[in-house]
Design a protein around this ligand. Structure first.
Ligand code: HEM
Length: 417
């Protein structure tokens, strides 16, 4: 039985025109969106509705987290059964184990990795500044986030060759078939996954030797080996999947957010000056950067059964496209939404469902604290010591799997005197 009003769907000609234009998906979402209504469109995969109003976001991801589910992740051939793609009881137990490591207290164990990695970037910048050499901020911050997560996962140092293999995961994800499995993997994905697996199994072997010798170590890998001692679910394969998942989930978003922060700071030099040496201001910059450029700009869910949402009928088989990017620019909630205003968070707490760079509900980001800590550390360390002037074009947004700035971010850096 149908309960509720059916959503308004865009007419098929509009969808066909969008498709022919090869415009990004966010443009179709913008066209579909009508404040006060539940709207969507039909495409070959079935109906999709656009979820941007905070109370709908809250209902879909928060209280409806069990009814509106994730579909198989397209990166599953890479991630296997790690916590990002797992579902049901397996997910619950994996999440519980990892959650304990990623609390505010849990991540203090890796504080030295975060401060060490930030100091390495600052030293490199000091060297470049002395020589008058430009730098690519996008690359520098990516090295930093791979460095922090790799050391926290494995307790192993990050050499350049390992970095290259690890950072290739984003290229692997980009060439994976969109159906999440089934189709044969392209050869470059197969080679990339093999190189990554080789790194993982070496890290696992080294950790196992140390674990057998003294049971010590504070890395995620050591905790997973502890779990393997009591829970047969933690096979070598699942340990590998968990490590790759945390790597994939754990470096790109933080790196892109840091890059966006520098794009915005370059446009607002007065904010850059204010944030130099002021931890509170740095935090505001990061929160506001995540509002304007939430790297997880789209959080898709699926309704396997007929449901109602705020009086609207959601037919079984409908996709629900939660779009933090559009919610974060809703003028009803965010006055003057295009303005970069890091002070806005101190003035007012947003209502539930209005601010969700890390998602909300049961599948919200596991690494929120880790991400905030590492971003604050690096941005704080760099702004206190350097002034930054972007010299190349400051990238246009690319709405891919992540929201990232196009191209590198070339900049001139000077040490403060
Ligand atoms: C600025 C940095 C980050 C952003 C913006 C971000 C954002 C998100 C979002 C929005 C989700 C929810 C996805 C959904 O609901 O479909 C998510 C999930 C997740 N994130 Fe993050 N993330 C960041 C950094 C990290 C880091 C550093 C880690 C690991 C150390 C991490 C690990 C995860 C994991 C494992 C999940 C899946 C959780 C689950 O399904 O139970 N993330 N992230």
């Amino acid at each position: 039985m149908t309960v509720g009003t059916p959503p308004d769907f865009l007419d098929d000609d509009t969808v066909a025109a969008w498709s022919a234009s090869r415009a990004p998906l966010v443009d179709l979402l913008r066209q579909a969106r009508t404040p006060g209504r539940l709207t969507g469109f039909r495409r070959s995969g079935g109906p999709a509705v656009v979820i941007t109003e905070p109370r709908h976001v809250h209902q879909v991801l928060g209280v409806g987290g069990d009814r509106f589910v994730k579909r198989s992740h397209r990166a599953r051939p890479l991630l296997g059964d790690g916590v990002l793609s797992a579902t049901g009881d397996a997910w619950r137990s994996q999440r519980r184990l990892l959650q304990a490591m990623f609390t505010g207290r849990g991540i203090r164990r890796w504080e030295h990795h975060i401060t060490g990695a930030a100091a390495r970037v600052a030293d490199r910048w000091a060297d470049r500044a002395r020589r008058g050499e430009p730098t690519d901020i996008a690359e520098d911050v990516q090295f930093f986030t791979v460095d922090t997560i790799w050391r926290s996962l494995t307790d192993r140092p990050l050499d350049h060759a390992t970095y290259v293999d690890l950072a290739a995961v984003q290229d692997i994800v980009a060439v994976l078939p969109a159906d999440g499995g089934g189709a044969a993997l392209p050869p470059e994905a197969v080679a990339g996954i093999a190189a990554l697996d080789e790194r993982m199994s070496r890290a696992l072997a080294a950790a196992r030797t140390r674990h057998a010798a003294d049971g010590g170590g504070v890395s995620v890998l050591h905790r997973l080996l502890d779990a393997a001692g009591t829970d047969p679910a933690y096979t070598d394969r699942l340990i590998r999947d968990e490590l790759v998942t945390l790597l994939v989930a754990g470096y790109e978003s933080s790196a892109r957010t840091l890059t966006w922060a520098f794009v915005l700071l370059d446009r607002h030099p007065e904010v850059m000056e204010r944030a130099a040496g002021d931890a509170g201001a740095v935090q505001g910059v990061i929160s506001e950067t995540l509002r304007l450029y939430p790297t997880a700009w789209l959080l898709p869910r699926h309704s396997p059964a007929d449901e109602t949402l705020d009086g609207w009928h959601i037919a079984a088989g409908t996709d629900l496209l939660v779009c933090p990017y559009l919610t974060h620019r809703d003028p009803e909630v965010w006055p003057d939404p295009e303005r970069f205003d890091p002070g806005r968070f101190a003035a007012r707490t947003p209502p539930p469902g209005a601010y969700l760079p890390f998602g909300i509900g049961p599948r919200a980001c596991l690494g929120t604290r880790f991400a905030m800590r590492e971003m604050e550390e690096l941005l704080g360390a760099l702004l206190a010591r350097f002034t930054v002037e972007v010299t190349g074009p400051a990238g246009e947004p690319v709405f891919g799997i992540n929201l990232r700035p196009a191209g590198p971010l070339h900049a001139r850096i000077r040490e403060r005197t």
